[in-house]
Design a protein around this ligand. Structure first.
Ligand code: F3S
Length: 294
């Protein structure tokens, strides 16, 4: 069996930076992250063992009397920064610089009187964060068909959730260009996501089976699964090696592996090693059969 591991599998720059920041802070007293630092249960439980606690709501943050609050790569609304500083807590900002850039874009556009359109998922914390930097009207869309809901009389600024599907974003921009709307288009989809999606698609096209490794709550991992499944019907979504049923790959010629932005290298390596070992076992079996027949 041939195994192709995507070069872009795993932590992106922003997630690596955020996770490293939490590990650096972990030795201190009263360290909290505002929301789980990444969508990965293994990493979050390891950090818990090191004393890092997760704040799940604004209410929990408001109850804190002391300590350090780390903002994760997704970013948060402006209001959360204000609460942390007004309470005299230590703020460690691990927001990905690409997400901070979106906050600045929407803040500026709001001051210029523009409405904001965000392509992304309304429930995603990154989108909630972006929304929290907007001052005027905000519309969140995930499909081109939802563009009918927008009042095009007011000038607009379009930004995107960093992990939004690149193809869908292009479709929306194409419609905007055709209609000639008064809108500032900012493609804020992160290259890391785009490259990971493009590589997943190109690998999935050329393999018999595809494995996507990621936490089930990670939207970018789910998107990789969606993209890969379209090209390769035998696509499997797993969180860890334990969920991988190696028997399913017994007669598979070529397997591709990719992983979401919050998947630790350790898990990717384990899955890759198990697939490669399997082909080694197969080779061994085949050579034994040849020797036996000979
Ligand atoms: Fe940042 Fe891009 Fe990762 S926006 S968090 S480097 S996917």
């Amino acid at each position: 069996m041939e195994v192709i591991l995507a070069k872009t599998a795993g932590f992106c720059f922003g997630v690596k930076r955020a996770v490293d920041t939490v590990y650096e802070q972990a030795g201190k007293q009263h360290v909290y992250t505002y929301g789980p630092i990444i969508h990965n249960e293994q990493v979050v439980s390891d950090l818990k063992k090191r004393g890092v606690r997760v704040l799940h709501s604004k209410g929990e943050l408001e109850e804190l009397k002391e300590g350090t609050v780390i903002i994760r790569s997704h970013g948060v609304p402006k209001e959360i920064y204000d609460i942390i500083t007004s309470k005299g807590l230590e703020l460690v900002d691990a927001t990905c610089p690409f997400v901070r850039k979106i906050h600045r874009i929407v803040q500026k556009a709001g001051k210029e009187g523009k409405q904001i359109i965000i392509t992304g998922s309304a429930e995603h914390p990154e989108v909630e964060g972006i929304r929290g930097w907007c001052s005027g009207k905000v519309t969140i869309i995930s499909e081109a068909s939802q563009m009918d809901e927008i009042d095009w009389k007011q000038p607009a600024c379009l930004v995107s959730q960093t992990t939004f599907n690149y193809k869908k974003f292009q479709d929306i921009v194409e419609i905007i260009e055709k209609k000639g709307y008064d809108i500032e288009v900012c493609n804020t989809i992160c290259n890391a996501t785009e490259e990971r999606q493009l590589e997943a698609r190109s690998i999935a096209k050329n393999v018999d089976a595809m494995i996507v490794i990621g936490d089930r709550h990670s939207s970018n991992s789910q998107k990789l699964f969606e993209i890969s499944s379209k090209e390769c019907p035998s696509t499997f979504f797993i969180q860890t090696l334990e969920e991988l049923d190696l028997r399913l790959f017994e007669s598979t010629g070529k397997v591709g592996i990719t992983a979401g932005a919050s998947t630790p290298q350790k898990i990717i390596k384990e899955v890759h090693a198990s697939m490669t070992e399997k082909s080694f076992e197969q080779l061994l079996e085949e050579s034994l059969v040849t020797i036996h027949n000979g």
